[in-house]
Design a protein around this ligand. Structure first.
Ligand code: 3Y8
Ligand code: NAP
Length: 251
């Protein structure tokens, strides 16, 4: 059967996978949630927006005769990943997740590990600090209960509504980021605490390397639970997985 792949994207790895799949001339579509105004261009045809839960994704798989699904979404995109497991079970569609190993603290790191966003918020119930809140836009409001801090915020799109913090500075900047850039950021804003998701990968690690160099503490938020599915951590492993189904990769 001629393959028709669906890649759930929105990450550096998904973009890299799309380039390899396009170069191989395989039929594939990349799917984005539509979180940001102008996503980076991808090497494959793309679709944007939710499917309507696991049922909607199953319907999409059937209607578009998808033969294989690769979940290359972010480790914190737990809902879509759970939906992918449900939809692929319901439609008996092969599924593999392209994910990246979690970051682990190095000996000179000063990390406080918290299980989820709510625990990170609770940890900020403390004397005023200058916080680099590098968790994006979708969870900012949860931190409004601690207005005593100065927050440095890095967003992809300009906020549409006033931010719920009396003291803050907003940067509009899409990654990947560099250590030198994040070092300058932490110094210029006299940051004394970084709040980060344990995203893994290379696109967001610069702030941790910069924190290490400056001896700053990091509040590291652990990943949400995702149902069991086959996982690989490289584009080559995804291609090997596809080859296992007899798909001719021309190599
Ligand atoms: C829409 C697709 C590429 C992919 C780039 C990676 C690296 C840069 C680092 C910081 C942390 C954060 C955030 C982040 C990073 C990469 C990668 C990564 C973190 C894009 C993208 C989409 C999104 C969605 C966006 C979230 C937000 C999270 C900003 C494209 C650029 C904080 C996660 O405004 C919003 O609504 C933003 C929403 C989900 C988390 C949040 O809760 O706000 N990513 N990020 C995808 C879609 O629509 O389906 O626009 O091109 C992808 C990337 N973001 O090829 O260059 O792969 O991780 N993205 C986190 O990791 O903590 C920034 O500032 O240090
Ligand atoms: P999420 O919480 O797991 O998903 C919420 C809902 O958004 C899903 O149920 C689905 O809606 C829709 N959705 C999410 N990803 C989608 C995709 N790739 N294609 C189509 N619909 C999608 O996801 P999220 O954390 O908001 O992440 C959204 C996107 O941003 C993903 O592409 C992810 O890879 C990317 N991203 C997220 C983060 C992060 O920190 N969360 C970081 C970098 C990139 P329906 O139920 O209606 O189908």
């Amino acid at each position: 059967m001629s393959p028709n792949l669906l890649i759930l994207g929105g990450t550096t790895e998904a973009a890299a996978l799309s380039r390899r799949i396009a170069a191989l001339g395989l039929t594939a579509t990349v799917s984005l949630a539509g979180r940001v105004a102008a996503p980076a261009p991808l090497a494959l045809p793309q679709r944007v927006g939710g499917f309507g839960g696991a049922e909607g994704l199953a319907e999409y798989i059937r209607a578009h005769r998808i033969t294989h699904l690769i979940d290359a979404t972010h480790p914190f995109a737990a809902k879509i990943s759970a939906n992918a497991v449900g939809a692929c079970t319901a439609t008996r569609t092969p599924l593999v997740a392209l994910t990246r190993p979690a970051w682990h603290p190095q000996p000179q790191d000063n990390w406080q590990l918290v299980p989820d966003m709510a625990a990170a918020v609770a940890t900020l119930d403390r004397s005023p600090a200058r916080v680099f809140l590098a968790v994006g836009r979708m969870h900012l409001a949860e931190f409004a209960v601690h207005p005593q801090h100065f927050y440095l915020l890095r967003l992809i799109d300009p906020p549409q509504t006033p931010l719920p913090f009396p003291h803050h500075h907003t940067l509009i900047s899409r990654g990947p980021f560099t250590e030198a850039g994040d070092m300058a950021l932490l110094r210029d804003h006299r940051i004394d605490l970084i709040v980060s998701k344990n995203a893994g990968g290379s696109g967001a690690v610069a702030k941790l390397t910069a924190a290490r160099a400056l001896g700053l503490p990091v509040l590291m938020i652990d990943r949400p639970a995702i149902p069991v599915r086959e996982e690989v951590s490289s584009v080559d492993d995804v291609l090997a997985w596809l080859a296992h189904f007899g798909i001719d990769l021309g190599v």
